[in-house]
Ligand binder design. Structure first.
Ligand SMILES: [Zn+2]
Length: 277
């Protein structure tokens, strides 16, 4: 039997209060994930929690082993992933405390491994073929619906849709970059939503991003620009209700064996060359 069917990649605030948590370490052909997996039960569902930045937040966004993280989750049985993250708002109306569930993604990262299908042999000798997954709609429509309904159920009106632009970091944007992002019509800016989403798709996992706006990005602000202290302060103010929304979303997700979304058919017609866990 699988250890978990739903994965949550977020901070320790999302699992540390659960009564009964089992910590397991998982190794992958791509190295170690950010931390142990923490297995627990939420609303009768088996959930695997993974601290994205590791315990104590020691991994900056560009050093997270995204491939190992998603592979580890799949290897314990996870088929649906919720990925909450902190972002900057690119429009004045998306102020701190806004919950936006994006439906599109722009990749502005520069140096991250973002495919499992790179033709390089795995330790077991198998060789991944070249595979081009469809990514026109990067997020799971079922997961998005569950997240939006969960947020509304907690009287937290979410923004339904928008574009998350993911930058390499770890620095924040310049004012010119931020103004350019906003001028493109993009909604929020973060540092971790990619390649998390595409790697989930490559593994046939459902992936839903829940972005919490912690600050207005540099181009939309007249002050000093984004500070890390401000990000942490706003995140701390909202972590409780974000956790409630996440847990309600977990409860509302379909049984993983009954998925009928586009994510399931990501490999249709492709010979992968490797065995997925
Ligand atoms: Zn899906």
């Amino acid at each position: 039997m699988a250890d978990a069917e739903i994965g949550v990649i977020g901070g320790s605030g999302f699992y540390s209060f659960l009564d009964d948590v089992t910590e397991i370490t998982v190794d992958t052909p791509y190295g170690s994930p950010s931390d142990s997996l923490f297995l627990g039960e939420v609303a009768g569902r088996q959930v695997a929690f993974l601290p994205r930045h590791g315990r104590g937040h020691h991994l900056p966004p560009h050093r997270i082993n995204y491939r190992a993280n998603l592979w580890a989750l799949r290897s314990v049985g996870v088929r649906q992933v919720l990925g909450p993250c902190a972002v900057g708002g690119l429009r004045p109306e998306y102020g701190p405390g806004t919950l936006l569930v994006p439906d599109q993604l722009i990749d502005r990262t520069k140096a991250r491994a973002q495919t499992y299908f790179d033709g390089k042999p795995l330790p077991d000798g198998s060789i991944p073929n070249v595979v081009h997954v469809t990514f026109a709609d990067p997020y799971c429509p079922t997961g998005r619906r569950a997240a939006l309904a969960a947020s509304r159920g907690r009287d937290w009106e979410p923004v339904d849709g928008g574009t998350l632009v993911v930058i390499e970091g770890p620095r924040f944007s310049t004012r010119a970059e931020s103004r350019w992002h906003a001028a493109q019509g993009w909604s929020v800016v973060g540092m971790t939503g990619h390649p998390e989403a595409v790697l989930a798709r490559e593994l046939g996992l459902c992936y839903t991003s829940l972005t919490l706006v912690t600050d207005l990005d540099a181009g939309t602000e007249t002050g000093e620009g984004v500070s890390h202290e401000e990000v942490l302060r706003v995140f701390g103010q909202n972590v409780g209700r974000l956790r409630e929304v996440l847990f309600d979303a977990v409860a509302a997700l379909p049984d993983s064996t009954a998925r009928d979304c586009l994510c399931v058919g990501a490999h249709d017609g492709w010979d992968l060359g490797i065995e997925l866990p």
